[in-house]
Design a binder for this molecule. Structure first.
Ligand code: ADP
Ligand code: ADP
Length: 224
């Protein structure tokens, strides 16, 4: 898998230039997108996730034109947005079952098996019948990952996933992410330098919509 972003720009109607001519290549593995609040990270993530239009530039995922072949990209995509909404009165098991159905996973027995395996993987098997409204912050994020992993995505985007988690929950969440398989791109968007340093083999820094750095974390972060 390779994601190639080329000269991507986006200005919002209020005049804020969120992305200014960003070019970036992302290979498989964990990729950190680091930048302060307001840097343009979410704008970039939403664009790659086919949820927002760019003004100019191109994005390709293994040759797929991301900005135009949206259905093809969505088949390959797992997206965990910042502050994703949950339905508080439904259980994790039910919710994942619904999502699997929406993603077109055919048979009921197949969906059941998949949902069980995912809940096992994110350590929520014993809480799978509890309503999502009763989950702690860490449990919600692990549920979010399970949701994003349905359908074996090859491009996984997680946007500021650890906001509000305590250090233990954060570690659990990251353990989970770092187990995701080969030939998969995981983009971790965050303002936490330490997370990128420990988890990511490659990274970029963006600030005020401009790409300031791309490469390995050691060279960029040794000064920080
Ligand atoms: P980050 O994810 O790094 O915090 P964002 O992509 O959310 O950055 O925001 C980049 C800039 O664009 C910020 O100045 C933000 O206020 C602005 N912005 C984000 N979304 C919108 C929007 N829908 N309309 C107008 N301005 C926006
Ligand atoms: P580590 O790899 O750092 O030891 P894990 O994420 O594998 O941490 O979790 C350690 C143990 O805690 C596992 O047995 C797991 O099932 C359990 N666990 C993880 N998250 C939770 C949670 N939110 N509530 C209860 N138990 C949990």
């Amino acid at each position: 898998m390779q994601l190639i972003i080329s000269s991507l720009s986006k200005t919002y109607p209020n005049g804020v230039k969120a992305l200014n001519n960003v070019s970036l290549t992302v290979n498989q593995g964990m990729f950190g997108l680091l930048g302060p609040n307001g840097a343009g990270k979410s704008s970039l993530m939403r664009t790659i996730a086919t949820l927002q239009e760019a003004d100019s530039g191109t994005v390709t995922l293994d040759g797929i034109d991301v900005l135009h072949q949206k259905q093809e990209v969505r088949q390959l995509l797992g997206y965990l947005p910042q502050d994703f909404g949950i339905y508080p009165r439904i259980s994790a098991e039910q919710m994942l079952g619904h999502i699997a159905r929406l993603k077109g996973i055919g048979k009921k027995s197949e969906r059941k098996e998949l949902v069980s395996a995912l809940l096992e993987k994110v350590n929520l098997a014993k809480d799978k019948r509890k309503n999502l409204g009763t989950y702690s912050g860490g449990m919600k994020q692990r549920f979010g990952i399970a949701q994003a992993l349905i359908g074996n995505p090859k491009l996984i985007i997680v946007d500021e996933p650890t906001a509000g988690l305590d250090p233990t929950e954060r570690n659990r969440f990251y353990n989970l992410l770092s187990q995701i398989g080969e030939n998969t791109i995981v983009i971790l968007s965050t303002h936490i330098v330490e997370d990128v340093r420990t988890l990511c083999s490659d990274m970029a820094i963006i600030c005020q919509g401009e790409l300031l750095y791309t490469g390995g974390p050691d060279a960029a972060l040794s000064e920080l």
